[in-house]
Structure formats: C-alpha cells, structure tokens
Design a protein. Structure first.
Length: 323
C-alpha cells in the first residue's frame, strides 16, 4: 500500500520549504512523488521541487479541493502507474482546505499517514481570522508550528493555546453522527523548515511489517524517544471483530497502528492502517507469517501493556534496550 501525507497551511507559512527539507532529510531512501497545487500561471513551487525530485505533478490555476478534484485523482493515478512511488506528498494551495484531498487519496486506495497543517508561529496573527486558515487547522491531525526560532517561549505558548481552541471549534465532524473524523491530533514544532522526525514515524511498507513479524528479536528502537512503537503478535483463531474491538479500545496516547492479521472469517490476510481514529483495511493475498500489530504513539508502553492484559489474543514481547 502506498503511503501519503497531505501538507496544508495558509499562504506563505513555509509549506514548500518544509516539504523540501523533510523529503531530503528523512526520505532519501524512499521513492517519493510530490503533488503541488498552487494558483497562478507560473508554478514557482513546482519548479523548486522539480530540482529536488523529478516525480512532481503540478496542478495550477485552481484548487484541488474543489473544481480540480477529478484532475487531481487522474494525475495521482498517472503517477502511481508511471513511477510506482512508495510515498506521495500532496502540497495544497494556501487557499484550499485539506479534507477533500484526504478523501480523494483514500478513494484511490492510498493510506494517508497524516494531514499536516503548517502554522507560521511568527505571523499567525495576520491571517488567523481567515476562515480557510481555521478550516485547515480543523481538517488536520498533525499541526506543525513553524518558525519557532523567531518567537519567544511565551509567544509560542500563546500560539499553541489559540490553536487548541481553533481546533476544538473547527474540527472536522461527520455530518450525520456529529463525531469528529480525527478523534486525536498532535502538535509538533519546526525551525527553518526542519520538522522533527517523529512527525513521520510509522511509515511502514507491507514488506517491512512482514519483516517485523519474522524477527522476534526486533529492537524497539524508539523506546527512549517521545514517540514510541510497540509490537504485538496475535494468536491464531481470532475473528475480525476482535481486531475491530482492539482498534476501538485504543487510548488517546496511541494515534497510529499498522499491521497484517489473519482472521477466521476473512479469506485473505488483512493489512491494517489506523491513523488518528481513521481505519482502512486492504486484503493481502500472500502472507504466511504470524499476525502482527504495531502501536505508535506518545509514551505508550503502559497503555499497550494494558491492552495486552485486556485482550488475551495479544502477545507483546518485552524488549530490552541496549544502552
């Protein structure tokens, strides 16, 4: 399954700079494609990104989230067929909202790892009253405070408090049920467009998950970091409802789950991708290893151990960290 990130944020907040630095720093070993949407006849951002990675699709003179949705989806399909990327980054126009893009990517069978809203910590007061900016924050599950080196700690804390209030008011909800689409979100920080690696934790390909299932001595290498991943192996003879019950019982500290599981009532193994309350499933024809779930979140050791006790079909190995 192809992974993706949607990068949103108001005009001039530093989306392109962050995207360039992010791809160079953390994804140099991955096959990356970038979709750029901007207004105007001259695609400046697209030209900059083309100098970094050649697989850049530029959609100009319009907004992905509205009249160009069909062009966007057909363009992404073209990228998938032509380049077979592992990860797709979509940088939206500063004047568009991200959630329709999230839905389009999902409809194409692409796993959305996160909708990242970049916020200009220094100049947010100049645009925060704009409704589009508020909906960009509301439609994201990862908020990155950029240019933090240009503000004081007190100013940054004020910005953070304001964002929490905006997120609460403009959080995307299901029109029928009133339930929030992203039932949790994280706030991270960036200086000069450099984002913490933890923002992108949990980007696994299916074969990488399978590799973890084979390796019972796998080192839980992020134990000492603020973002932790814990591996759980599943017993045989479980039903799909068992998996569904686990995912619906996750504490707030766990915001991503990856895995491949085999159940009695589904013919093929299932690739599971859970991100901030959103769940997608994909059947996998060829998989003979043990079922596995990878929990990712902030300081999750105790919470995963509680899940281990609650569900007797989970087995969480206790790894030792080499100091």
């Amino acid at each position: 399954m192809i992974q993706s990130f949607v990068i949103t944020g108001f005009l001039g907040v530093g989306k392109t700079t962050m995207l360039i630095n992010t791809v160079k720093k953390y994804f140099s070993d991955k096959k990356v494609a970038i979709v750029v949407n901007e207004f105007g006849d001259i695609g400046v951002d697209g030209n900059i990104l083309s100098n970094v990675y050649s697989e850049v699709l530029e959609i100009s003179e319009g907004c992905i989230c509205c009249q160009l949705a069909e062009e966007f989806e057909s363009g992404v399909i073209e990228i998938m067929n032509k380049y077979n990327p592992e990860i797709i980054f979509v940088e939206t126009s500063g004047a568009s909202e991200p959630f329709p893009i999230f839905l389009s990517l999902q409809s194409l069978g692409i796993a959305v790892e996160g909708v990242i809203c970049v916020v200009d910590s220094k100049n947010i007061a100049s645009y925060i009253d704009n409704s589009t900016a508020k909906y960009q924050i509301g439609g994201s599950n990862i908020i990155v405070l950029n240019k933090t080196d240009l503000v004081t700690d007190d100013e940054l804390e004020t910005v953070k408090k304001d964002l929490i209030e905006i997120k609460k008011e403009y959080n995307i909800r299901n029109n029928l049920t009133g339930k929030t689409i992203f039932d949790r979100y994280v706030i991270d920080y960036a200086q000069q467009g450099i984002v913490n690696k933890e923002v992108f934790e949990g980007v696994y390909k299916v074969d990488e998950i399978i590799g973890l299932a084979k390796d019972y001595k796998h080192l839980d290498h992020t134990t000492r970091d603020s973002i932790t991943q814990k591996v759980a192996y599943l017993k045989e003879n479980i039903d799909f409802k068992d998996i569904d019950e686990v995912l619906n019982s996750l504490p707030k500290s766990i915001y991503r789950v990856k895995g491949v599981v085999r159940t009695k009532d589904v013919p093929n193994p299932i690739v599971i991708n859970y991100s901030f309350g959103n769940i997608s499933y994909e059947e996998l024809e060829d998989y003979n290893e043990q079922s596995i779930l990878i929990f990712i979140g902030e300081a999750i050791d105790n919470d995963v151990n509680l899940l281990n006790k609650k569900f007797d079909f989970l087995n969480v190995p206790q790894f030792k960290v080499n100091k």
